[in-house]
Design a protein around this ligand. Structure first.
Ligand code: HEM
Length: 455
């Protein structure tokens, strides 16, 4: 539980040494390290990179209490004391993910509610049935590219590509931009040349906004531009950065982490194969055991607080350790036959992920399609050889090499689908003139068809 206190010890050195969330030792076994941290205390001192101090909340109830107390724990990272005092260098790889931006994730109170409405209104226009249809087509398209080989790297060739294919269309980007995005997002999440990648992302999305201002279309970018909240171009750009970053990497990690469990945990793999466990149930099992977010997002206490003997000065970053919290509760809530979905993988409280349903549908359809098409699917390397990406924020495999029975590409599968979307959406009814995007429903590969006609 949280205990705001009048602690004035103020600084870190009086406390237990910080645990490093970087370096070879941590990277060798981050899940075990985080679990050990969770056993230590509900909140522990950590170092995110050399010299970057923070706290990690690893306890389920503590995270829920923090997220339900937005007065004491704000998202506005301009409160980050060490950053404000110049103690974080401008070359820090953390900045792309942590410094304040005018978007919903860093907003509090009424401003958060206003921005969140624009996001949820736009996301609500996605028709889940059409989404399912189009994700299946996209999954087939990708599977077609490697099914005849009998082997593949499911991260590089499937989990990384699928959310990107879906999102590229959803946001109205061109196919070639999808490949650029893949490289940009990997650099931001992994903290490798993140600053330059951030600038490339802003340029790419700035061009997209200019284009959609001139030629509105049936996509989420246009929905945001036309929303009645009247978002400025800068605000739309910031939200596109957030939405694209927030959708691709976590969804890819969700699919990859679930596949890893299916391929390495005989019990779960056999239960899904024998239809005793649905793919969606297996995904929730993966969310208990391997949630994509390990140390993200961050909150900042507005006053000094303490948890047990851990004193936290106001303005210190506290990362939500969602993966560790889930894992420590998994044994209670996720035993054989249990179907409990009270994990924290999508967050909790006002900032809970607004795209939970959509991302679960994407992951479910992607995995179902893969399991139906790839017979004899197995890991091509020992499970112990699988490595994670170097991100401090998220847990995702860097590769999933697999083997399966090679098959010819059936003529009616995804590769025969028309690649370009048809328009099916009307812009949000703002009273402005409507774009003529009222084409009849199409059975073709059509991502904007995910978006319902008006509201
Ligand atoms: C279509 C894919 C996704 C989109 C568009 C998306 C979008 C977003 C957005 C806009 C926020 C900020 C909400 C706010 O601050 O009010 C958010 C928060 C979050 N999302 Fe997602 N997300 C997606 C997939 C995922 C996945 C797969 C996961 C992990 C399982 C996830 C976990 C979270 C978490 C943990 C938060 C923060 C919750 C908090 O602040 O307490 N998201 N997401």
């Amino acid at each position: 539980m949280t205990h705001p206190s009048s602690n004035t010890a103020g600084n870190f050195p009086t406390q237990r040494p910080a645990v490093r969330l970087y370096g070879d030792e941590f990277r060798r076994s981050p899940t075990a390290a985080l679990q050990a941290l969770a056993a230590l205390a509900p909140v522990v001192r950590v170092e995110l990179e050399p010299g970057a101090h923070a706290f990690l909340a690893t306890d389920y109830e503590t995270i829920v209490a923090i997220c339900r107390d937005p007065q004491t724990y704000v998202r506005d990272s301009r409160q980050w004391r060490d950053y404000a005092r110049g103690r974080i260098t401008h070359t820090s790889e953390l900045l792309q993910m942590m410094t304040w931006r005018p978007n919903v994730l860093f907003a509090d109170g009424p401003e958060h509610a206003r921005l969140r409405r624009a996001i949820t209104d736009s996301l609500d226009r996605i028709d889940l049935h059409v989404l399912e249809h189009d994700v299946r087509r996209a999954a087939n398209l990708l599977i077609d590219t490697f099914i005849s080989r009998g082997q593949a790297d499911l991260v590089r060739e499937f989990t990384d590509m699928l959310p990107l294919l879906v999102c590229t269309r959803l946001f109205g980007l061109r196919d070639e931009d999808g490949y650029r995005l893949l490289d940009i997002l990997a650099r931001i999440w992994d903290g490798t040349d993140a600053e330059r990648a951030g600038r490339r992302l802003h340029r790419l999305l700035g061009d997209l906004i200019n284009e959609k201002r001139q030629r509105p279309a049936a996509d989420l970018t246009t929905s945001l531009l036309q929303h009645r909240a009247g978002l400025s171009d800068e605000a739309v750009l910031e939200h596109l950065v957030l939405l694209i970053g927030a959708s691709n990497t976590p969804t890819s990690a969700l699919i990859g982490n679930t596949l890893q469990i299916l391929l390495t945990d005989e019990h779960t793999g056999r239960a899904v194969g024998g239809h005793r466990l649905t793919v969606e149930q297996a995904i929730h099992r993966a969310l208990w055991l391997k949630a994509p977010f390990t140390a993200y997002p961050f909150v900042y206490p507005t006053e000094d607080v303490s948890f047990g003997d851990v004193a936290i000065p106001a303005g210190s970053p506290i990362a939500l350790g969602l993966a560790a919290a889930n894992r420590s509760m998994a044994a209670h809530f996720n035993g054989p036959g249990a179907d409990n979905r009270a994990h924290l993988a999508f967050g909790v409280g006002d900032h809970q992920c607004p795209a939970k349903d959509q991302s679960l549908r994407i992951a479910t359809i992607a995995i179902e399609t893969l399991l139906v098409r790839l017979t004899g699917l197995r890991l091509a390397v020992p499970a112990a050889d699988l490595t994670l990406r170097p991100s401090v924020f998220a847990s995702a495999y860097s590769a999933l090499p697999v083997e399966f029975n090679p098959q010819a590409i059936p003529s009616e599968s995804g590769s025969t689908c028309a690649p370009m979307p048809s328009s099916l959406i009307r812009p949000i009814p703002t009273g402005r003139p409507r774009h003529s995007a009222h084409a009849a429903p199409s059975r073709r590969f059509s991502f904007p068809a995910m978006l319902r006609r008006g509201r």
